[in-house]
Design a protein around this ligand. Structure first.
Ligand code: SAH
Length: 227
């Protein structure tokens, strides 16, 4: 269950293909695919993913698939969102989390329901504006967002207990590794299209980084500059 009680807007309920039943079926599928964390499953069961995509695609919101959100970008597949969130909170729920690549805002909204404060950075202004509107509509007041090149992190707010990157760079960004607190955890896809791997990096109490490869994944590229 979500830590934060909010009153959802009426359209969050959904109908037919966007109803609670459709959401419940998605959750069953995620469980069958190996998602185990009840906190993550609880949040995905509640969260209206159909409000994070264009209305024309809303009927597909509870399919376990990535969908276009404009500007050549995608909302991540629910399984990937669930798995990355599981990896991030497995060894304790972090307090302050940095997300790189706000996109639709869906992954950020999942984090917002689980942790105290989320910081999110997006390089495409139009996507960020849409995401902010969704956060306001859903009453998510523990999210701070910024239009910038997320490869630089958010130095003024560092260090973070956890960092989640939702676009794939050629390698891990040093700025992000530096902004991870001791005992912190970073989850990020790394590598060229077709050969990307999901990495989890845990920073130990002495500040050293331990990296592990978790899975093969497919993300949009982490790009430089802003748009
Ligand atoms: N977390 C998003 C996933 C969106 S796809 C969601 O749940 O919908 C990845 C996003 O990363 C895209 O919106 C893309 O514009 C953004 N992105 C790519 N490179 C970036 C960078 N350097 N800084 C910030 N955002 C970036």
């Amino acid at each position: 269950m979500s830590r934060f009680v909010r009153t959802p807007p009426p359209e969050a309920r959904g109908l037919g293909m966007t109803s609670q039943r459709a959401r419940d079926r998605l959750i069953e599928r995620l469980v069958a695919e190996g998602i185990r964390d009840q906190r993550v499953l609880g949040v995905l069961r509640q969260l209206p993913r159909h409000l994070f995509i264009d209305e024309a695609l809303a009927t597909r919101a509870y399919e376990d698939t990535a969908l276009p959100i404009g500007q050549g970008q995608t909302i991540s597949q629910p399984y990937v969102v669930a798995r990355m969130t599981e990896l991030l909170i497995e060894n304790g729920v972090p307090r302050r989390v940095l997300e790189i690549g706000t996109g639709s805002g869906y992954q950020c909204a999942v984090l917002s329901s689980l942790v105290e404060q989320v910081f999110t950075v997006e390089r495409i202004d139009e996507l960020l504006r849409n995401a902010r509107r969704r956060f306001r509509k859903l009453g998510m007041s523990n999210i701070r967002s910024r239009h910038d090149d997320g490869r630089l992190g958010w130095p003024d707010e560092a260090p973070f207990d956890a960092i989640l990157v939702t676009a794939a760079g050629a390698d891990l960004e040093n700025a992000l590794l530096d902004q991870l607190a001791p005992q912190g955890v970073l989850v990020a896809p790394v590598g060229p299209p077709g050969r990307q791997e999901l990495l989890r990096v845990c920073r130990d109490a002495d500040g050293a980084w331990q990296r592990e490869t978790v899975a093969a994944v497919s993300f949009v590229p982490l790009l430089g500059g802003v748009a």
